[in-house]
Design a binder for this molecule. Structure first.
Ligand code: GTP
Ligand code: MG
Length: 429
């Protein structure tokens, strides 16, 4: 029998209210032992909580009988006064009454196992809890609402249609199915492969929203990168000196720009150096710049193009620094007077919207999704190749593709889907 588990659902420590959650088959018994009569389902009721003759708290109690609950099991919530002693007393009583503390994520895991949500929705719960920007919240809420699952359901429906054609040819070669049925799956597979490629080539939009968009400051030594970094994060975080080669380590800061989570990195000035430490700094700066989503090419008046020319990308934003000393054209900023910083913020925000805002829900919000989607695409391409010559092989490939897609949402086993497709597939007898 499943354990009945409990956990403090609000952060530990002192607060106005602390919420303790219970889930499992003994929830009603435990709740009745603690609070007396059960409240009406999904209505808050004020109850005195008692254990071993002692009053523990006056609490709001909620009762969610299975299956209409978060986990799909019997669930209760206790809204306690948020004092440490109150919470400790109640948690102790719950243990004494035979419930056990939940493992991390156990409530959501139970929700998944009881079919209350698919795997992508369970991931979305974690994302929503970690969200620090409006875009992260939007994406996580969309995924929680089933948007990602719907994208994969679409892929899977196309895939199973093709598979059913192939299976029909394999299983009923001599019956009333049109000749060369498998080959007719060709256009469907071409369409599907194109859709999968399109989903994979979205510039990591979903992952970048979730993990943060990576902006890296690069340029010559003394260009004013660290001073600009400090101006952008509005903190005296990086060391600024007139000595060329001051910054060695990469310095990261997390910020939110225009509702998007951003990781901004200050790096060592790019130059050849015999100094072992500085050379390592430059190596790291280059590596970060390679992986960046946006590079701010920081240039002081008179900086040479030399190092830049080979390294600069058309998409880099050029930022001209020290505008208080020498007026410059384009994006001109001064970390001393603050001139141009608002314009730079606006230019960054425009890039964020261009790269991250999309009309469709992204098919990939984690590396795990990308991996499975790529697997599915490879299998579909293999199936397409085998279609006309070896339908059995094509069938195997398509089943592999379906399994890969099903792993993203974990919603339905491949066999279940196949069963449904074949139940609806009119084969004539
Ligand atoms: N007047 C003026 N001086 C600036 C400005 N930005 C930076 N400086 C000065 O330029 C020098 C170099 O600035 P840093 O920010 O350390 O330059 P950096 O690009 O980080 O240099 P490295 O870390 O050596 O690669 C310092 O003396 C700063 O005070 C600015 O906007 N105006
Ligand atoms: Mg620096």
């Amino acid at each position: 029998m499943t354990d009945t588990v409990f956990a403090l659902a609000t952060p530990p420590g002192r607060g106005a209210i602390a919420v303790v959650r219970l889930s499992g088959p003994r929830t009603a018994d435990v709740l009745a032992a603690l609070a007396g009569r059960l409240p009406a389902p999904r209505f808050a009721a004020l109850r005195t909580l008692r254990h071993d003759g002692a009053r523990l708290d006056e609490a709001l109690v909620l009762w969610f009988p299975a299956p209409a609950s978060y986990t799909g099991e019997d669930v209760a919530e206790l809204h306690l006064h948020g004092g440490r002693a109150v919470v400790d007393g109640v948690l102790g009583a719950l243990s004494a009454l035979g419930a056990r503390p939940a493992e991390p994520g156990e409530f959501t895991r139970r929700a998944f196992e009881n079919g209350r949500m698919d795997l992508a929705q369970a991931e979305a719960v974690a994302d929503l809890i970690d969200a620090e920007s409006a875009a992260q919240t939007r994406q996580a809420l969309g995924q929680l609402g089933g948007a990602l699952g719907a994208v994969y359901a679409g892929f899977r429906a196309d895939l199973l249609q093709a598979l059913s054609l192939v299976e029909a040819e394999i299983d009923f070669p001599d019956e009333e199915v049109p000749d060369n049925l498998a080959a007719t799956a060709g256009p469907a597979l071409d369409r599907l492969a194109a859709d999968l490629r399109h989903a994979l080539s979205d510039g990591d939009r979903g992952e970048r929203v979730r993990e943060g968009y990576r902006i890296v400051l690069i340029g010559e030594t003394n260009a004013g990168k660290s001073a600009l970094f400090n101006a952008l994060v509005a903190q005296d975080a990086a060391i600024v000196t007139p000595i060329a080669g001051t910054t060695r380590d990469v310095l990261d800061a997390q910020l939110v720009i225009d509702g998007y989570a951003v990781t901004l990195s200050d790096t060592a000035g790019l130059r050849e150096s015999a100094d072992l430490v500085e050379a390592e700094g430059v190596r790291r700066a280059r590596a970060r710049a390679e992986a960046a989503d946006l590079r701010l090419w920081v240039r002081a008046p008179g900086d040479p193009d030399g190092e830049a020319a080979a390294f600069v990308r058309p998409d880099d934003l050029t930022v001209n620094t020290k505008a208080d000393l020498t007026p410059a054209s384009g994006l001109a900023v001064s970390s001393v007077t603050g001139q141009g910083i608002a314009e730079l913020h606006a230019a960054i925000a425009e890039r964020l919207r261009r790269d991250l805002a999309g009309a469709d829900f992204p098919a990939v919000t984690r590396a795990r999704h990308r991996l499975r989607l790529t697997e599915a695409l490879n299998a579909v391409v293999a199936a397409r190749g085998a279609l006309a010559i070896a339908p059995e092989m094509a069938g195997d490939d398509l089943r592999r593709a379906a399994a890969a897609l099903a792993q993203v949402t974990g919603a339905i086993g491949v066999e279940d889907v196949l069963g449904e497709v074949f139940a609806n597939f009119c084969i004539g007898k």
